[in-house]
Ligand binder design. Structure first.
Ligand SMILES: Cc1cc2nc3c(=O)[nH]c(=O)nc-3n(C[C@H](O)[C@H](O)[C@H](O)COP(=O)(O)O)c2cc1C
Length: 274
């Protein structure tokens, strides 16, 4: 049966590397497929109001593109997400989408387990910053199965084609997406393989799964404790339940909170930039 591939293009640049590399990957797919493309920076994604409506199973007050975007993810068999690196991070549209992630719970059982490939395109050697983390967090909270997270160096639009290595990589990614295999790095977090970690005094903490580990004198990664962030929907729903409890806690202590806040009410002047 024909597979539906959804390419989420994180670059505003027409014919930029994100767009053409997603297309290139699909040219190596040796099975019947159709590629749908969505240019994310063109979408209207409003900032989260932190109203918790969606957490409490009420509609989101924003009538923008987010839910339609998620419905396309639900319909797809496999997803390829590509971002340009901007200022050592992923394009800000991914954070906008992710900040509305409480809404993902509503779709999690339908998005869970869908294979995805994450691509970070950067222009200057080693200046990729924390970009891979943003895409991995997004994929994780959508419940997607990360088959590969790759970093591609290409500055000019279409420059990704200057490299034979990246063409070969595109074929590899096409082969992997619906296979049992994963192309996950062997040097990142020993729990989830994310390469972006925070340093604590005596150990490292993964910025994705929040597992703790250290590296011994032989370079081996020694697990200390799982982070508990990642899991199947029933595990992820535990966090949603906790959030619901927080809303209830807020409502029950509202009077006390207001008493503490109100004395500060007239402090400072709000600036209107219009
Ligand atoms: C505003 C802006 C910020 C950028 N910041 C970085 C950066 O921090 N590190 C880097 O390696 N490349 C950076 N780049 C280069 C892009 O990542 C690179 O050109 C990439 O190919 C863009 O992908 P695209 O062709 O799909 O748009 C930046 C480009 C722009 C426009």
């Amino acid at each position: 049966m024909s597979k539906l591939i959804l390419g989420l293009v994180g670059s505003p640049r027409r014919y930029g590397n994100c767009e053409v590399y997603i297309k290139e990957i699909t040219t190596y797919m040796e099975f019947e497929h159709r590629l749908e493309l969505i240019r994310l920076p063109g979408l209207n994604i409003m900032p989260c109001n932190a109203c918790y409506s969606c957490i409490m199973d009420s509609p989101c007050p924003h009538k923008d593109h987010l839910e339609r975007l998620i419905e396309h993810i639900v319909r797809a068999d496999g997803i390829i997400i590509a971002t340009p690196v901007y200022y050592f991070g992923a394009h800000s549209i991914f954070k906008r989408i992710l900040d509305r992630g409480f809404l993902f719970y509503r779709y999690l059982e339908k998005t869970y387990g869908k294979p995805c490939i994450l691509i970070n395109i950067y222009g200057i050697r080693d200046r990729i910053g924390v970009s891979p983390q943003a895409l991995m967090v997004l994929a994780t909270f959508l419940g997607l199965d990360i088959k590969a997270s790759v970093n591609i160096k290409a500055a000019l639009p279409g420059e990704v084609f200057f490299s034979e290595v990246y063409r070969k990589k595109a074929k590899q990614l096409a082969d992997i997406i619906f296979s049992e295999k994963k192309a996950i790095n062997t040097y990142g977090c020993p729990f989830c393989s994310s390469e972006i970690v925070r340093m604590k005094k005596d150990y490292l903490i993964c910025t994705l799964c929040h597992g703790r580990f250290r590296i011994d004198e032989n370079g081996r990664r020694i697990k200390i404790k799982e982070g508990g962030v990642i899991g199947p929907p029933e595990h992820m729903f535990l966090h949603r339940d906790w959030l619901r409890g927080m809303k209830a806690r807020f409502l029950s202590s509202r009077k006390k909170i207001m008493r503490a806040i109100m004395p500060l009410n007239s402090i400072g002047e709000w600036v209107n930039l219009d």
